[in-house]
Design a protein around this ligand. Structure first.
Ligand code: FEO
Length: 394
């Protein structure tokens, strides 16, 4: 196995999960990677490990660089098992290694693993470990996206080992972002589905990193591709925009339908949005990947959600999607609810309530009895116009 040296003395030793199709609810049709790095100097550090089941791949890559038993430090930037699942097996081989984690990380590790016999040292922002010519410098990033998170910075290499931040779920034989087309799109989908609830914190953390004056030539996350050259500026700028909820003149229409009435309303609303001058994207919730819809919502100003009433409430697909979306807390959206009903409504009111709890500004929800007629379809187009007018004020 060839070594993959990303900068002088720093090696990628991760694993490629070609077959992952779901990451706790986030669809990953392109798989993912679990990136780990060996930093080799007078002393040797392993930064992060890989998911359980991928230890042999990690071990083979480490062995191409160094004898695993000589690892002095194992840096646990984040305890989530996709990065620590192989830690117990690593510690069987690197039995003299010291585990480095934040205080929260050190609290969490024994809840996942039998840590008897491990030496665990805690670090906080500003702490450093010298490996010889290279220094590991730690910055805590709590709630990005667990309480334990931190990142590791190597000032001599201007290299940020950022764990989940700046990652993407994509499996590839390539290692660098500039080698993979549409990589920013992958990063956006990852941000929307994992990091969007923490946008305010992300903005503050980027400011903190700026204030600390960390010069960065390379960002090596623990999922997906490594950012180098102009890609570093690109991903930092993208995070700044996503973190501050920058959005385009775009509307997202999502819906489900029973006998086609709500779908007719969705079509009339869609045309109304086009006529009002916004771009629009439309998704049937049982035919579309929710992770992709959420990515589109990240950059849109408008969200309209439709469902027929079934058993006095909304369709299960719509309810499930709204539950997923509420947890992700998108910011700065205007929207509405629409749908058809037979003898008693319920879905539209329930959707409007969920959108409001999610933080969406809801404009004039619209219900139609049984099948929409010409006047109803005109009302749909008018609703679209009102929502666009409100969104233009954002
Ligand atoms: Fe990639 Fe939060 O784990």
């Amino acid at each position: 196995m060839n070594k993959v040296e990303i900068t002088d003395g720093v090696y990628w030793v991760g694993a490629i999960d070609w077959n992952l199709r779901d990451f706790h609810g986030y669809a990953t049709p392109g798989g993912t990677t679990y990136n780990a790095y060996i930093v080799k100097d007078s002393k040797t550090a392993l930064v992060d490990t890989v998911k359980a089941g991928f230890f042999d791949e990690l071990r083979s890559r480490v062995e191409a660089v160094t004898d695993p038993s000589t690892i002095d430090y194992v840096i646990v930037n984040h305890v989530e098992p996709d990065h620590t699942g192989s830690l117990p097996r690593v510690m069987e081989v690197a039995c003299d290694a010291i585990v480095i984690a934040t205080e929260k990380g050190a609290e969490e590790l024994p809840m996942y693993y039998d840590c008897d016999g491990w030496e665990i040292q805690t670090v906080k922002t500003g702490d450093t470990i010298s490996l010889g010519a290279k220094t590991l410098s730690f910055v805590e990033t709590p709630m990005l996206h667990w309480p334990d998170n931190m990142v590791t910075y190597i000032p001599e290499d201007r290299l940020l080992l950022s764990n989940d931040a700046f990652g993407q779920h994509i499996a590839s034989s390539k290692r660098y972002a500039d080698e993979v087309p549409e990589i920013l799109e992958e990063a956006a989908t990852y941000y929307a589905n994992i990091l969007m609830p923490f946008s305010t914190l992300i903005t503050k953390t980027l400011q903190k990193i700026g204030e600390m004056g960390l010069a960065i030539d390379m960002i090596a996350p623990s999922h997906g591709m490594i950012w180098r050259n102009s890609g570093v500026g690109d991903i930092l700028e993208a995070y700044r925009g996503w973190g501050s909820a920058e959005s385009n003149d775009t509307a997202i229409v999502v819906y489900d339908t029973m006998w086609g009435s709500t779908e007719k309303m969705a079509s009339a609303i869609t045309q109304g949005i086009i006529d009002a001058g916004f771009e629009v994207k439309v998704y049937h919730l049982r035919k579309s990947e929710w992770s992709k819809i959420v990515r589109e919502i990240l950059g849109a100003k408008i969200l309209l959600v439709g469902s027929p009433t079934i058993n006095n409430g909304m369709f299960p697909s719509v309810g499930g999607f709204l539950t997923y979306l509420r947890g992700l807390r998108p910011k700065g959206k205007v929207g509405s609810a629409f749908g058809s009903y037979g003898w008693a409504g319920g879905a539209v009111k329930a959707i409007a309530g969920e959108l409001e709890k999610t933080g969406v500004t809801v404009v004039d929800p619209l219900s139609v009895k049984f099948v929409p007629g010409a006047d109803d379809l005109t009302a749909c187009a008018e609703l679209a116009g009102k929502v666009v007018m409100q969104a233009r004020q954002i």
